[in-house]
Design a protein around this ligand. Sequence first.
Ligand SMILES: C[S@@+](CC[C@H](N)C(=O)[O-])C[C@H]1O[C@@H](n2cnc3c(N)ncnc32)[C@H](O)[C@@H]1O
Ligand code: SF4
Length: 392
Amino acid sequence: MPARDTKEFKRCVVPAFRNLYVHFPYCETKCHYCDFFSLPEPKTAPNDRARVYDAILRERSLIKLEALETVFLGGGTPSLVPLKVMAALMRTLPLTPSTEVTMEANPSSVTLERAREWRRMGVNRISLGTQALEDARLKWLGRVHNTAGIHAALDALIKGGFENVNIDYILGAPGQAVAQIRAELTQTLRRHPDVCHVSAYLLTLKSSNSKFNELPPEEAQLEHLRTARETLLGLGFEHYEISNFARPGRRALHNENYWLGGSYAGIGPGAHSFRGASLGTPRRAKNWASLSKYCEEIDQGRAPREWEEDLSSEQERIEYLMLHLRRAEGVNPQDYARRFGKDLLSERGNWIEILEKKGLCSFSPGDERSAARLRLTADGFFLSDQVIEKFL
Ligand SMILES: C[S@@+](CC[C@H](N)C(=O)[O-])C[C@H]1O[C@@H](n2cnc3c(N)ncnc32)[C@H](O)[C@@H]1O
Ligand code: SF4
């Protein structure tokens, strides 16, 4: 879809957003499994990077923000961004004492000094990409850090003042034994009790990836997911979303807003934005995932949009189900009926019965069936792609 002109762009961004995503596109190296828009920094020129950072700051000035509830500094590897650039961006943000400000960090670019600086500028939550907690698997994944680097980074973050730390952990890698998953998570979370959130992702590789054939079979992957869940529940975490576990009161607020269909502004190359129904016709947009195109559009005073579109009510309905079913709370059929004028239980009754019998979905206990929430069970979460489509 063609990019819109500035006038149109301004009209689209008039509402003030309270949730912000910022995409920083550079990494130390490009990991073979990763599809996020990012480039290896050593292959880029300092001047080009300066131009991109400047464009991000200029795009920020086009967006109306107020009393931010959440900020997510993502990438790429935001922990690589020069502190001056990050501080300049942070100074422009209308933060409140309760704004959740998350930054993604790679263990190799965390130091105590940097952790203190990030805290000083207002970052209060770190999502650390550990990916594996064992050296051989880190090597297979092509990561530049080892386990000693992970522990050093976690120590630095905690000492630097972070009380809200997530670790990203990849499941379903070849040779990853369930006993290892149990031991790695238990030892790491006991050693760093301040880690209060874990995102556990099942490794997905394109069939064109040269390592695709090394992936374990689906049944082994399911065992990985079950083991991670049991281990984390045993350590006091709640499984509140397909891939996410939190200690009580420590859910990721930025992602919760996303799953609940809330609005968010996205800036930076490749960033997505969403304006939910409460701000007008639901509309989503994506920025150019090309650094030259992104910078050119900003230089010309145009919105750096690769495309944007209004959601039809049918798209809105499907998105509502897909996102709500990701959460442990699932869907409230009465809320669904109010919004979309449809009766989920009668329209999808046959499938609900089949999936309930297979133990893949259930109704919240204690409520009248007509008022109960419909949600996926743990096994339903693990097979979510196949299960959710039956409700659409
Ligand atoms: C945007 S990445 C950035 C994190 C940070 N740059 C890092 O690598 O440590 C967010 C997370 O997505 C996950 N991820 C990326 N590609 C994946 C894949 N192919 N399969 C499963 N998880 C993936 C990783 O756990 C990663 O930490
Ligand atoms: S460092 Fe993170 S964002 Fe960058 S390529 Fe690797 S997984 Fe992707």
